[in-house]
Design a protein around this ligand. Structure first.
Ligand code: KDG
Ligand code: MG
Length: 402
């Protein structure tokens, strides 16, 4: 089953997405997502200028060998752009193989391990009252797990506050917007936010929170301790991810479960924190971590050390990658939870897919392959528009992590 062609589509149905389509000699095609929010054209170039020429003529069934060729065969390897490109090729090949065998992707991974993929939704608000309204609404919709983010008193803007109830989109179609950050104001506020949230949801619904890389290990240890009474499912990205050893300090001081890894792209980025059991959930996702072939190795390593999965799944993960995450989540033995955000109507129309949501669990389309169709003609109506994620400054103007 020779690969005859591969095309990269960069379009903006509701937001920007980079989609790869691989074509084979017998007419079966496969889809991959390699959207890197705010850096879309770099992935397109990496694929078109460097990887696609090496794919033509290869047997699409040789998924592992093609993965190794793209990763090991590159002298300059790892990094978000290269690994997203490899991830898209890999997922498209799993899609092709599953379609050729007439089964959904999860059947190739090892079959179903559970009834459905438990997801968490995003409740946010400009202030505590608005955030609590959103929490109550997610509870009513049947979510079993809810992430809570809110504007911080005294700060004009911060990470994680949505535009409207169900949608959150941080990328902006101008130059990067600037947020302001105060660790003191955040730390004064976050315990009372979770005291309120726990009261709204009661003891059985899981609560999650994303610090979005803004604290030092010492500060994160303090926040983790102060949140212990509200029994979080996880505290995410408490510190920037570059320094894996930094997690040791947090771990020594708090029992609040820790999740990290949405910006990692290879198994080497999480090796120390997994083998030293410094985290509880690994946040790496299919499209940014070399596809299903690499992510399942990461999950297998994590399983040895009691670490469970929690794949990143915001709106910049297209329905192609989200479907791949759902197939993965249905199978992976050490599943933890799946992040899930609703896509816009335009996005869903371009990526025709039907997933089901019931009792806080999502199931991927029960069709051969991933079960997603990319409507090229419709997508052309939404040309790519350059967009940037925000940057962050401390109150004195010094640059900080967003
Ligand atoms: O593109 C950046 C977003 O994907 C990121 O800010 C979302 O942190 C995020 C999350 O946990 O969903
Ligand atoms: Mg996050």
């Amino acid at each position: 089953m020779k690969i005859t062609d591969a095309k990269v589509f960069v379009t903006s149905p509701g937001r920007n997405f980079v989609t790869l389509k691989i074509y084979t000699e017998d007419g079966i095609t496969g889809l991959g997502d390699c959207t890197v929010n705010g850096r879309e054209l770099s992935v397109k170039s990496y694929l078109e200028d460097h990887l696609i020429p090496c794919l033509i003529g290869r047997d699409a069934r040789d998924i592992e060998d093609i993965w190794q060729y793209c990763y090991r065969g590159a002298y300059w390897r790892r990094g978000p752009i290269g690994m997203a490109a490899i991830g898209a090729i890999d997922v498209a090949l799993w899609d092709i193989k599953a379609k050729s065998l007439g089964v959904p992707v999860y059947q190739l991974l090892g079959g179903r391990s559970r009834e459905g993929v438990t997801v968490y939704g995003h409740a946010s608000g400009a202030d505590k009252a608005e955030a609590m309204d959103a929490v109550a609404q997610y509870k009513e919709e049947g979510y079993r797990a809810i992430r809570v983010q809110s504007g911080i008193p005294g700060l004009e803007s911060t990470y994680g506050v949505g535009r409207g109830r169900w949608f959150y989109e941080p990328a902006d179609r101008t130059l990067p917007p600037e947020n302001k950050w105060s660790t003191r104001k955040y730390m004064n506020y976050v315990p009372e936010l979770f005291e309120a949230a726990r009261e709204v949801v009661g003891p059985d619904i899981e609560l999650l929170h994303d610090v979005h890389h803004r604290l030092t290990p010492q500060e994160a240890a303090e926040v983790g301790k102060r949140l212990e009474p509200y029994s979080l499912f996880w505290l995410e990205d408490a510190v920037p991810a570059e320094n894996q050893e930094g997690l040791r300090m947090i771990r020594r001081h708090t029992t609040t479960p820790l999740a990290i890894g949405e910006v990692f792209n290879t198994i080497y980025d999480c090796q120390t924190i997994i083998t030293e059991q410094l985290i509880d959930y690994i946040r790496m996702t299919v499209s940014h971590s070399g596809g299903l072939t690499h992510l399942r190795k990461i999950a297998a390593l994590a399983e040895l050390y009691h670490v469970r999965t929690g794949c990143h799944g915001p709106t910049d993960i297209s329905p192609v990658a989200m479907s791949a995450c759902l197939h993965f989540g249905l199978w992976v033995p050490n599943f933890g939870i799946q992040e899930f955000m609703l896509h816009s109507e335009e996005t869903n129309a371009v990526f025709g897919w039907e997933y089901s949501f019931k009792d806080g669990m999502v199931n991927p389309p029960e069709k051969p392959g991933l079960g997603v169709e990319y409507d090229e003609e419709l997508a052309e109506k939404y040309p790519y528009v350059r967009a940037y994620l925000p940057v962050n400054r401390r109150e004195d103007g010094g640059m900080w992590n967003w």
